[in-house]
Design a protein around this ligand. Sequence first.
Ligand code: NAD
Ligand code: IPM
Ligand code: MN
Length: 370
Amino acid sequence: AANKKLLVLPGDGIGPEVMHEVRRVIDWMDRRRALSFEIEEGLVGGGAIDAVGSPCPDETVEKAKAADAVLFGSVGGPKWDSLPFEQRPELGILRLRKDLGLFANLRPALVMDPLVEASSLKPDIVRGVDIMVVRETVGGIYFGEPRGVETLPDGKRRGFDTDVYHEDEIARVARVAFDLARKRRGKVTSVEKANVMQSGRLWRAVVGEVQKAEYPDVALENMYADNCAMQLCSRPKQFDVILGNNLFGDVLSDLAAALTGSLGMLPSATLGAVDPATGKRHALYEPIHGSAPDIAGKGIANPCAQMLSFAMLLRWSFGLEEDAALLETAIEKVLAGGLRTADIMQPGMARVGTSVMGEAVLRELDKLAA
Ligand code: NAD
Ligand code: IPM
Ligand code: MN
């Protein structure tokens, strides 16, 4: 029976292009693995602004709340860039995170062996890198008040944002990072700027308290965010789990993505709290890349990040570890076989577009399941 309710939100730019390939994977899973999903599609981002005048219509939020999991594409694009701040497509994803209480964004940066040479860094530096960035996603400077742009009496403008964290917000995302570290290599690197920011000082203090009281078996290292950016490029293998606030987590996960060859490879899971009554949690899965307006409509986007986001959905929302691993293995095998989208192109490999890449993953799934 179709007992798994998914809300699919393709969004803008390359979002619908890469989501199309995932829909084919979902059909495959349905046919070959008897995983039946009940799928609804919804509007978000610029497309939703054009259709109904809001980047995140109430109907989409309601559908998201009713679903077991949300698969999100990407939002934004030049067409909507000059809209007022409160009407931007990006508010679509921000509202979904906020309204569903999705406070922990898991961004794994895994360097797959076939892509070691696709990284801009030396192979010896990136081979074997396996980092999990845990980014806080409903607090900090993304939502803090006051914020705005005001015109002063002398006619000059002043823009301001507020970085603010309650200790409970820090503690709950820290627990997600420590829990993950326990199942990985036992180390959390918490990043902030405790040297210049009050909220960063609190961040460091609270993460330390949580570790001492609840996770004495996990190693905690505190690192300034600027140093972390440098260390990610020079010695990325020292990292296991990196924990950061909304802004530092955003920036450092793009950086970590570059280690793996391309933004087009990196998925993420954004999780809410587990409801003690039902044991369920809201969850949304999205690639970390955006709508890539520079390549949208050309059929050349890399669908791997979106597909790997679906693999995370299988694992985190439904406990389907075997199916998740099957999809991840299929993708890695396609890459090992030499197919490359433009963003991960290497000498001697075969350059293909989005749909050929998707097709190849389906064929690899067929072989693995045979
Ligand atoms: P971007 O991630 O869209 O693109 C950055 C670069 O990476 C571009 O050169 C793009 O072509 C490339 N790229 C990204 N994904 C790729 C893929 N799957 N395959 C191949 N190449 C890929 O970031 P940007 O250009 O800074 O932002 C574009 C728009 O997307 C903006 O409106 C931004 O606000 C929005 N954005 C949305 C999300 C989201 O929806 N979650 C995330 C980031 C940015
Ligand atoms: C991301 C994006 C978003 C963010 C934007 C589009 C709001 O960059 O998901 O990484 O900054 O969180
Ligand atoms: Mn980002």
